[in-house]
Design a protein around this ligand. Structure first.
Ligand code: B12
Ligand code: SF4
Length: 579
C-alpha cells in the first residue's frame, strides 16, 4: 500500500550538477548554456520531475524534488553529503536526461549509496534510456527506467515494491538481481497523454511541506525571471541529424513510433493553472501550428477564452504561413515567437534535415512582425553542422545584417548564434551513424563522456568534429561569428551599445582564456595542469557565462508583478536562510 508519511517521502528525485565537484575545479565550459536559462552547470531539472511528482501524488505516493545543482550554486558552503545523509526515502531517483549530467549524476548516485546502501537508486531520462546497459553496470545504480513517458511505469514499480517485488512486470525497466541484468520491454509509450500534466501546483505545495524552496527552484535567477513551460507533445516529427529528440531517435531509442500530442484542452488547462501561480512567460514546448489549423485554433482560442494574461511564447519547427500569425494576433495580445534555423545556408540546413527555404522563413518573419502585438521574433543559429565550413558559419553575420535590413531594422527581431555543445546528442543520427552525415566522434561510451567533462576546456569536452571543421575551428568560429553578430545588433540598435560593448569584451576575454588553457596544457606536465588552471578559476568561470550574448538579451520583457506578494516574500526568506 502507498505510504502517506509526511516525513518519509516515497521517492526523492535528485538533480545533479553537470560536473559534480565543479566548485573545486577550473574548467572553461564555454558558451554551452548561453542560450538556456541555466549556467554551464545545467542546474535546471527536467520538467518531467514535476510530472512524475504530480502523477505519483494522484496515486497516493509522496515525491520530493531536490535540485542539488542549484543548491550548490547558490551556496558555496552547501554540504551535499550532509544533505544526502539525512534523507530517507524509499527510493532515490536521479535524472540523466541531458548528457552533460553524466559526470554529476553518477557521482551523486555514489554518494547516495555511500550513506544509504539499502535504498534503491533509479535513473531515468533520455540519456539514461540510450545508455541503460552501461548505467546498470555501475554498482550504485539499481534500476534504469527507459522511455520518454515514465509516470505510469514508476507508479507500477512502487506498487510492485510494496507487493511481491516481481520487477519483470514493470514495463520499460532495466534492473538487476544477484548480478544478472534484466531488460524488460520498452512497451509503455502512450499516444494519449491526457491525464499527464506538469503538476506545478504539487511542486508549490511541496515548498510548504518540505520548507525547501531552492530544492524545487528550476534554475538560478528564476525568482527574478519566472519563466514556465507547458508541453504540446512528446516526440518530434522532425529529423535534425544532431538531435536526441528527433523522430529518428524517438523511434530507435524510445520506441516511439508516433509523436503524441496533448489535447488542446489539456494544454490550455495547464496554461491556466500556471497563470494562477505566477505571471511569468509561458513557453509552449512543441510547434502547435504543425498539428494543423484545427489544433492550433483550439489552443489559441482556448488561451484567449481563459483570458490568460501571461506572455505566451510559441516555437516553430517549420515556418508558419500568414494565416497562423493572423490567428494568433486576432486572439492574443502578449506573445512572442522563436525558431531555430540552425543555418542561414540552405545546403547546410538541408543536410541537418530541415527542408524549408530562406524565402519561406523571411516571409514568416515579415508576417509575424507585421502585427504590432508581436513582441519579438527570436532566431537561432548553430555552429557544428554537417556541410558547414568555417566560412559558411561566418556568413551568418552578413545574412543577419541583410535580414534586418529587409524588415526595416526592426528591433523585435533578435538573432543568436551558439555552438552545438558540449555534445552531439546520443541517439541522434549523427551519433549513431556519424560517417553517413559527416561527424567524427571522439567519445562514444558513457564513461568516456564522463571523463571528457573533466577536461580543461570545452574544446576538449566536445564529443565531435565534422568533415568540414575541426574542434579548433568550431571553437574559433563560434566566438568569431558571435562577435560579428553582436556588432550587427549594435549597429542596428537591436541591443544597446553598452550591452554590446560588454559582450564584445567578454568574447575577446573568452578567446584569450582558451589560448591560455592551451598554453598551460603545452607547457606543463599533465599532473600540474589542474593546479595551474585553478590559479585562473575566477577568469575561467567568468568566461563561460553570457559569452556569445548577454543572457538577459534572451529574456522576454516581463512586468513587475510576477508573483503574488506573499509567495515572493516567503520564497525570499526561504532562499536567504539557505532552504
Ligand atoms: C523542452 C526542452 C528543453 C527546455 C527544458 C525544459 C525542462 N526543464 O525540462 C530547455 C529549452 C531549457 C532545454 C535545455 C536544454 N536541452 Co533540451 N529539450 C527540450 C525538448 C524540446 C522537450 C523535452 C520535454 O519537454 N519533454 C516532456 C517532459 C514532460 O518530459 P521530460 O522532462 O523529458 O521527463 C520525462 C522522461 O524524460 C523521464 N525522465 C526524465 N528525468 C527522469 C528521472 C528519473 C529518475 C526517471 C525515472 C525518469 C525521468 O520521465 C519523465 C516523465 O515522463 C527536447 C526535445 C524533444 N523532442 O523531446 C530537448 C532535449 C531533451 N534537450 C536537449 C539538450 C541537449 C538540452 C541542453 C543540454 C542544450 C544546451 N546545451 O543548452 C539544455 C540543458 C538545460 C539544463 N539542464 O539546464 C537534448 C538532450 C539530448 C541528450 N540526450 O542529452 C534534447 C533531446 C533535444 C535537443 N537537442 O534539444 N531543453
Ligand atoms: S532540433 Fe529538430 S528534431 Fe530536435 S526537437 Fe527540435 S525540431 Fe525536433
Amino acid at each position: 500500500m502507498p505510504s502517506f508519511s509526511r516525513n518519509r517521502p516515497d521517492l526523492i528525485l535528485l538533480h545533479a550538477p553537470s560536473v559534480y565537484d565543479f566548485r573545486k575545479r577550473s574548467i572553461v565550459y564555454g558558451p554551452v548554456s548561453d542560450l538556456v536559462p541555466s549556467t554551464p552547470i545545467f542546474e535546471m531539472y527536467p520538467v518531467g520531475f514535476s510530472s512524475i511528482a504530480s502523477y505519483m501524488k494522484k496515486h497516493g505516493y509522496n515525491v520530493r524534488i531536490i535540485n542539488l545543482a542549484l543548491k550548490m550554486l547558490l551556496n558555496p558552503k552547501f554540504d551535499v553529503e550532509k544533505q544526502i545523509k539525512k534523507l530517507k526515502p524509499k527510493m532515490f531517483g536521479i535524472d540523466l536526461h541531458w548528457m552533460p549530467h553524466c559526470h554529476g549524476s553518477v557521482e551523486i548516485a555514489r554518494l547516495v549509496k555511500k550513506y544509504h546502501p539499502d535504498i534503491p537508486v533509479i535513473f531515468g531520462g533520455f540519456s539514461s534510456t540510450f545508455f541503460h546497459k552501461e548505467l546498470i553496470e555501475y554498482p550504485e545504480i539499481d534500476f534504469v527506467m527507459r522511455g520518454d513517458t515514465t509516470e505510469e511505469p514508476i507508479r507500477m514499480l512502487f506498487d510492485i515494491m510494496n507487493n511481491g517485488r516481481d520487477y519483470s512486470k514493470v514495463p520499460n525497466l532495466t534492473w538487476k538481481e544477484n548480478g544478472t541484468v534484466h531488460e524488460n520491454e520498452l512497451s509503455h509509450v502512450p499516444v494519449n497523454l491526457d491525464g499527464l500534466d506538469l503538476g506545478y501546483k504539487e511542486v508549490v505545495r511541496s515548498v510548504w511541506r518540505d520548507m525547501d524552496f531552492s530544492g524545487v527552484m528550476p534554475f538560478h535567477d528564476w525568482v527574478r525571471y519566472p519563466i514556465m513551460a507547458t508541453f504540446a507533445c512528446r516526440g518530434c516529427n522532425c529529423n535534425c541529424v544532431f538531435c536526441g529528440g528527433s523522430n529518428y531517435c524517438f523511434n530507435n531509442s524510445m520506441k516511439r513510433k508516433k509523436t503524441a500530442y496533448r489535447s488542446p484542452k489539456a494544454l490550455v488547462e495547464e496554461a491556466k493553472n500556471i497563470s494562477r501561480l505566477c505571471r511569468g512567460p509561458i513557453f509552449m514546448i512543441g510547434d502547435v501550428h504543425i498539428m494543423g489549423r484545427e489544433y492550433a485554433e483550439a489552443v489559441i482560442k482556448g488561451l484567449a477564452k481563459e483570458k490568460i494574461k501571461n506572455k505566451i511564447i510559441f516555437e516553430f519547427f517549420v515556418p508558419p504561413d500568414k494565416d497562423f500569425f493572423d490567428l494568433v494576433d486576432d486572439n492574443l495580445t502578449d506573445y512572442s515567437y522563436e525558431m531555430s534555423l540552425e543555418s542561414h545556408d540552405e545546403e547546410v540546413r538541408k543536410a541537418v534535415g530541415k527542408g524549408y527555404s530562406n524565402t519561406e522563413i523571411e516571409e514568416a518573419i515579415k508576417n509575424a512582425l507585421s502585427h504590432e502585438n508581436c513582441e519579438r521574433f527570436d532566431l537561432y543559429f548553430l555552429v557544428g553542422l554537417p556541410k558547414q565550413t568555417y566560412q559558411k558559419a561566418m556568413d551568418v553575420v552578413e545574412y543577419c545584417r541583410k535580414l534586418y535590413a529587409s524588415v526595416g531594422n526592426d528591433k523585435r527581431l533578435l538573432t543568436f548564434v551558439s555552438p552545438l555543445a558540449p555534445f552531439l546528442d546520443p541517439g541522434s543520427k549523427g551519433f549513431t551513424n556519424p560517417d553517413e552525415v559527416g561527424y567524427r566522434l571522439f567519445y562514444k561510451t558513457l564513461e568516456e563522456h564522463r571523463q571528457a567533462l573533466l577536461k580543461p576546456s570545452w574544446k576538449y569536452i566536445l564529443n565531435y568534429e565534422t568533415e568540414w571543421m575541426t574542434r579548433d575551428e568550431i571553437v574559433d568560429v563560434t566566438y568569431d561569428s558571435a562577435l560579428g553578430l553582436n556588432a550587427v545588433k549594435r549597429d542596428i540598435g537591436a541591443i544597446d551599445k553598452k550591452t554590446a560593448d560588454i559582450t564584445e569584451d567578454r568574447i575577446i576575454k573568452a578567446k584569450r582564456i582558451m589560448e591560455q588553457v592551451d598554453e598551460i596544457i603545452k607547457e606543463y606536465p599533465p599532473e600540474e595542469v589542474d593546479a595551474r588552471l585553478f590559479e585562473l578559476k575566477h577568469e575561467v568561470d567568468n568566461s563561460s557565462m553570457s559569452t556569445v550574448c548577454e543572457k538577459r538579451e534572451l529574456e522576454w520583457p516581463i512586468g513587475l508583478k510576477m508573483f503574488n506578494f506573499k509567495m515572493l516574500e516567503v520564497a525570499k526568506i526561504l532562499i536567504n536562510r539557505g532552504s
